[in-house]
Unconditional design. Structure first.
Length: 237
């Protein structure tokens, strides 16, 4: 829930402070880099060491395809620009609050399950993965709240929506820890890989395109900086 709470924080800032689009794009780019690094080193590499190559390959492909199909369905119903704060988000938010909420859950559930799995892995909570989730949620809450505000949604609707998503994300993390407690290493590796495939597909399908669209000049640099920060966190530096 704490990782998903940045959705609510972002929405609050959208109502209290007028932030330029480049600032949300910069946060999103930095979050992309952290998320890519956390997926590669905290999920795929650790999963490979625990379960071998086959569970990683099969799980990552399954997660990627499942996310791509679900994202296509959500996008077709008005949730495509859920991470955008420009005119596209403002027009897409007309009547598409449910699609935005479902899209946010689609992004957040794999992340939350992974957090639950890191708790039962014996290595403690992954700081890099937590940071990636927190930072990737913040611009989504901020930009989507801006769009929904322009579409005439009330503050109660916006904050209620993100609060529910934060609670459901926390429940997903709890489920990941509770249901997979004591599971075989190969199964844990497969679940991590499914989440990794979904998260990487989410980054490529939604986060990077929106970051580049809003401010492409420094997107690549900030992604690299985020990746290096997460790499340092993963290695205890």
């Amino acid at each position: 829930m704490l990782g998903a709470s940045s959705l609510v924080m972002g929405a609050a800032i959208a109502y209290l402070v007028r932030m330029p689009r480049w600032s949300t794009a910069s946060i999103m780019s930095f979050g992309c880099g952290i998320l890519i690094s956390a997926v590669a080193y905290d999920l795929l590499e650790d999963g490979f060491e625990e379960g071998g190559l086959l569970p990683i390959v099969a799980g990552a492909l399954a997660g990627s395809v499942a996310y791509a199909v679900a994202d296509w369905v959500v996008s077709a119903r008005g949730g495509h620009h859920r991470k955008q704060s420009g005119p596209g988000q403002q027009s897409a938010s007309q009547g598409s609050g449910l699609a935005i909420a479902i899209g946010s859950l689609l992004d957040g559930i794999p992340e939350s399950i992974v957090l639950g799995l890191t708790v039962i892995s014996g290595k403690g909570l992954s700081v890099a993965m937590f940071a990636a989730i927190f930072l990737s949620n913040f611009p989504e809450g901020l930009s989507s709240a801006i769009g929904m505000r322009h579409a005439g949604r009330s503050p109660a609707y916006v904050f209620g929506l993100w609060a529910v998503i934060a609670v459901l994300s926390g429940a997903s993390s709890l489920a990941g820890a509770a249901l997979l407690q004591g599971a075989a290493p190969q199964l844990l590796a497969s679940v991590n890989a499914v989440a990794a495939g979904a998260l990487l597909t989410m980054v490529v399908n939604t986060m990077i395109p929106e970051a580049v669209d809003q401010d492409h000049k420094v997107t690549g640099v900030l992604v690299v900086v985020g990746l290096l920060v997460a790499f340092a966190l993963s290695n205890g530096n």
